[in-house]
Design a protein around this ligand. Structure first.
Ligand code: GDP
Ligand code: GDP
Length: 436
């Protein structure tokens, strides 16, 4: 189920990213620690009163050197397209500006629920500064202070009152949901067309919150699939859709709803930074991953070309060592039929459960072979292991001191688990818990 989405819109410097960071909190992102991956976040999950939602800072979507009003118009469009509720943020110290009024007009026309936040009210006694903002016709202004963390609870309460009702969770385990992600021009739409070419497709407006996304459902050899709509697949020709951060945003939304993420590369152009960034998101989200190298028809090949490309992928995507690689051509349809068995296999591994006693044998054998590390004279002691979740498979190790489980030993155990159970195509999470 797609989480509801909140977007923050407002002039530069009113405090959008300050408030975004406040709301998101200190969620750590694995991807951000990887070289070549951008640090500035524009999209994140967040939580308020035990309900998860997603939040977009439209100010982070750089649209280029645009005049202020043009920029604001595009940010408002992104928010209107993507969000369930829009927070319009203004600056209480500056008062209502002409640009605020323009944006207010635009947002009004959208019919999306809007909550008006007036930021930089650092001193609660200056709440009187908000009265001017009634003139924007957006209802009650909420005084907040991003830098002091004041008033955000009331603001979020108002936002939540506009979120759509949470429908009953209907887990459909029968259907494999997958998406294709990748930078523009790698061939995502061509692949989707080639994949869907022979299938009888039901195109459906998806249930829930994103009104403009279109999913395609079909059945093949008894297995139900849904292809989730991604950035770049339907070109609607708005200016902001060509900005990189916007396509990252769309990719993130698709990844969230998928079980299997196909990361598409362009064989003709090789691997660039943007590819790594996109792939990193799939890994971080804990989805099953397949790497598809498209346009293989367009490459001059000898008997080494494929191996070399494969090696290049392994070198560039170290964290995706579990992802199978498929060389295809959307144009000639070469090897495209092998995608389905692969999707089935990685989806199965993604939700595989292993028996606790077998898992424990594997972990204990591994420890016997390569004793646990010590840190300052203290040795890690693993009491037992059990799988606590699927999608992705997550293994809890009950230990004397979770701090003692370091990256390299975790990696060693992961490799042992993979040697035994396979788990091709899926990340595995290993978490250390203190045994009481
Ligand atoms: P954005 O361009 O809308 O994302 O704005 P930023 O979050 O980058 O903030 C712009 C400036 O306003 C920064 O210097 C912030 O430190 C400052 N700022 C943000 N929130 C507050 C606040 O609540 N009170 C005050 N006094 N300054 C703030
Ligand atoms: P998207 O932006 O990722 O959706 O990419 P498109 O599907 O629009 O494809 C971009 C360009 O690459 C188009 O001109 C396609 O005709 C071309 N293309 C896509 N797949 C292949 C392929 O397998 N081989 C060749 N030679 N060209 C391809």
């Amino acid at each position: 189920m797609q989480k509801p989405v909140l977007a923050i819109v407002g002039r530069p410097n009113v405090g959008k990213s300050t408030i975004f960071n406040r709301i998101v909190g200190d969620r750590v992102s694995i991807v951000e620690d990887m070289p070549g991956v951008t640090r500035d976040r524009i999209y994140s999950s967040a939580e308020w009163l035990n309900r998860e939602f997603n939040i977009i800072d439209t100010g982070g979507i750089e649209i280029g050197d645009e005049p202020l009003l043009h920029l604001m118009r595009q940010q408002a469009e992104v928010a209107i397209d993507e969000a369930d509720v829009i927070v319009f943020l203004a600056d209480g110290k500056e008062g209502v500006t002409a640009a605020d009024e323009e944006v207010a007009k635009l947002l009004h026309r959208s019919k999306k629920p809007i909550v008006l936040g007036v930021n930089k009210i650092d001193n609660p006694e200056r709440k009187d500064l908000i009265y001017d903002f009634y003139s924007l016709g957006m209802g009650e202004p909420f005084p907040v202070s991003g830098s002091h963390g004041i008033g955000l609870g009331d603001l979020l309460d108002a936002v939540f009152s506009h979120f759509p009702e949470q429908p009953e969770e209907e887990e459909d385990d029968e259907t494999i949901r997958f998406c294709l992600i990748g930078r523009p021009n790698v061939g995502k739409s061509s692949l989707v067309n080639a994949i869907l070419g022979k299938e009888r497709v039901i195109v459906s407006d998806i249930a829930g919150t994103t009104r403009d996304a279109i999913d395609s459902e079909f059945t093949r050899e008894g297995q139900k699939y849904t292809i989730i709509d991604t950035a770049g697949m339907r070109k609607r020709g708005k200016v902001y859709e060509h900005t990189e951060k916007y396509s990252v945003l769309r990719a993130l939304k698709a990844i969230e709803r998928a079980d299997v993420v196909c990361v598409v590369l362009n064989a003709e152009e090789g691997i660039i930074e943007q590819d790594k960034k996109v792939a990193g998101f799939a890994h971080e989200a804990g989805k099953a991953v397949i790497i598809i190298v498209n346009k293989w028809d367009a490459v001059e090949k000898d008997d080494k070309t494929l191996r070399e490309f494969e090696q290049k992928i392994r070198d560039h995507f170290l964290y995706l060592s579990y992802a199978p690689i498929l060389f295809v051509s959307a144009k000639t349809k070469q090897r495209l039929h092998t995608l389905y068995p692969l999707i089935n296999q990685v989806a199965e591994n993604h939700s595989l459960r292993v028996q606790t006693n077998v898992l424990n044998d594997v972990i204990m054998d591994a420890v016997a072979m390569n004793p646990t590390p010590t840190d300052n004279g203290k040795r890690l002691k693993i009491n037992y292991a059990t799988q606590v979740a699927i999608k992705p498979p997550t293994i809890a190790l009950f230990v004397n001191d979770p701090e003692l489980l370091h990256f390299s030993y975790r990696r060693f155990l992961e490799n042992k688990v993979r040697e035994t159970f396979g788990f091709i195509g899926t990340p595995i999470r290993i978490v250390a818990r203190k045994k009481n």
